[in-house]
Write a protein that binds this ligand. Sequence first.
Ligand code: ADP
Length: 500
Amino acid sequence: MKMDSRLIRQILFVTGVFFVLFMLAASVDRLTISWRGVAASTAIGLLMGFVLWKYKEAVEEQTAVLAQRNTLLEEQISAQENAARILRHIAEGTAQATGSDFFMLLTRHMASALDVDYVLVGQVMGEKRDAIRTLSFWEKSGHASNFVYDLEGTPCGMVVGQELCYYPERVSELFPEDVSLTAMQVACYMGIPIFDANGQALGLMAVLHSRPLSEEYVPIAQSMLRIFAARAGVEMERQRHAAELEMRVEARTQELAAANEQLQELDLLKSKFVSDVSHEFRTPIATLKLYLDLLANNDPEKLARYRQVMQAQVDRLERLIEDILDLSQMEAESLNISFMPVDLNDIAEQVALTLRPQALENGLELTFDPDPALPTVLGQTDRLAQVVTNLVANAINYTPSGQVGVKTYREDDGRIAYLQVRDTGVGINPEEQPCLFNRFFRGERTRRLDKPGTGLGLAIVKEIVERHSGWVEVESEIDKGSTFLVCLPVVKDGRAAAIN
Ligand code: ADP
């Protein structure tokens, strides 16, 4: 407690005033001035002065406290204004942007608003998610190229997937392994993790500076990082979804393109089929027309011959129509075929019995050698009978002399049942073998033999066998004969065995 001279003067003044007042009162009331009276007035004056002095001191103390509060409030208001200005600055700067533009603008505005040397936004990458690929990196006065770095030993490693970290100074000493910090002459680091909506780590945002941030900027920088890390997370997720969507669209487009290509191929095949069918019909019809004209000549001697040719052409037309109907019927039923366990031996025996007279008529021996332990296959009896019939009919047709042998057997592991039709006929040119199963294909040699046929028999065989999840193989040698082998999966536990 220290009394200044002004205060002492004030106390003396008040004491004097009281003394004069006392003296005046004494003279007015003609009182006798006693020393006691003088002492009492002086004491009252002193007391009043002391009270005044105390009061003034309290007022001054209060004023000082209020002034201090005022300064604090002013500081807070200025900090908030600063924060609002920075927030507005960054928000306005990035509001319209998306994708990489957003990250570029974010780092640029963040660096200028917080007045720091470096700002980066990065995305976690790698199988172990232990590296960062920058999406934007602001370096002092411009954007630097993006780069990838390992998280280990870096301050960013303490941030990703965790929480906001702030190293006010000497960060390069704290993370000596991170040599880039020294190279960049960074002293202060503040980083915040970025998460997706499910809380999965997406990346981070960090500000780095050569000096510690000024005290008033630290809370502002933290708030800014928090606000914009959330916005950056949304943008990263948006980008990820956009990329996924793009991939899905791309895959779907490819599927559609493939389907379209397939449809075009099918369309071409259909057109070819129609033109082949028309072509195949044209020959017998033209022959029939010619012979009808010849019939008009009414030559009785040639009548029998004409009838024979016409009958052959009608038969050919009939076979063609039957085969074409077979094929189109198979296409129509393709979606709902019902397969049953069937015995290939029964089917092959039945066909052999039916066609044996025809073989004998051609001077051929037709044998059947069944495997008594042949497992059943899943299939349609009628269609499989058609397969065996077409193969045996061909063998008889294209074998001038010798034998036709039908045989069944199974693979050692019992997964496949085989049906073999072997003949000692004309054989097939090696270069023709890949085309044998094409619709309307007829071999050069067999055409020269003038054998009746439609070129659809083997196409039907292939179609049926493939619908039974099997396949057909052929081996042939000119003038020695041909062997056709039908391979079908056998039934196991009521289902066809899987074939690799
Ligand atoms: P098609 O017998 O009615 O001509 P296929 O589709 O059954 O029609 O046969 C196509 C062609 O394959 C035949 O024209 C023939 O050239 C050849 N071919 C089929 N089977 C035999 C066989 N066992 N021996 C020789 N050639 C054959």
